[in-house]
Design a protein. Sequence first.
Lengths: 132, 192
Amino acid sequence: MAGHVDSHDHDAHTDSDGHGPAFYIKIWAILLVLFLISVAGPEISHHKAVILVTAFGIAIVKAYMVAVNFMHIKHEKKYIAYIMFAMLGAVFLFYIAVSTDVQMTSGSNWENASAKAVIEQHKDFQEHIEHE
Amino acid sequence: MGTTTPIATTRSVTGMPTGRLAVWWVIGSEIVIFGGLLMCYLMFRLKYPYWAMYSVHTNTFAGALNTFVLLTSSLFIVLAHYYAERKEELKAFGLIWATIFGGLTFLVIKGIEWTTEITNGFTITSSMFWSFYYTAAGLHALHVIAGMCLMAWISMDVLQKKNMHRVELIGIYWHFVDIVWIFLFPLLYIAK
């Protein structure tokens, strides 16, 4: 028969780690500041690098903060983090495997004529974006 | 141990409660579902930069307001977990319902936003961008609804000081729903 565990086995960490209401409110306040930066950044500058860092870079930081401080993933068994990273790895593997086919309009033995036509149709707009 | 306590609540061969492990497995599956969807969106968005002319019509203010609402609801549920651990059932109950109210606010804002967009002619069949937009945001909204229903159910137990550990389980799920939105927001509303 399987052994029994305390359903709050990792909760003993909470007090010693200072995870009280004040701590959670502090994390929430930091998340709000990061959120404001992620909104303000792309408003101030339309440069791709600024958007990437302020919107997407900060999203990664925010997700990490929620996972660590609200979901307490650090206090879970190590294999939980491994499972999560394995799933994320599967998603990135999917991107790497498929993106070349999806993002290209032609290869050595094939051509996606409809995609080419759509891109051609919006060429002016695309050039306008690239100039910005 | 009481005869009414589900065995899965306390039994474990993995060193952690089975219920919590199950929630993490659900989240692992959700990572693949949402991750796959968002990666597809990213691929097409990079292929067709002109999608910017569609995304310019998404309501950044509504998206930002919803981000604030979800972040705040995440705070409420983690505090509910804190009080549930200390058997302060009334505080935990109140905070769970504050979280449900956050979810409801999120859905109302989303409803207003979608009504405006559909009225302006941007429907799920208008273009590939709008298909992704409604699918991703709609799937996320379904998860919000599921979380709210589960929280309402759990809150009834909390009031009777039963199965208090479930507050933590629904909290983990709710934080994940929050994380998904953290990525949807820049992809659909910020990258114009």
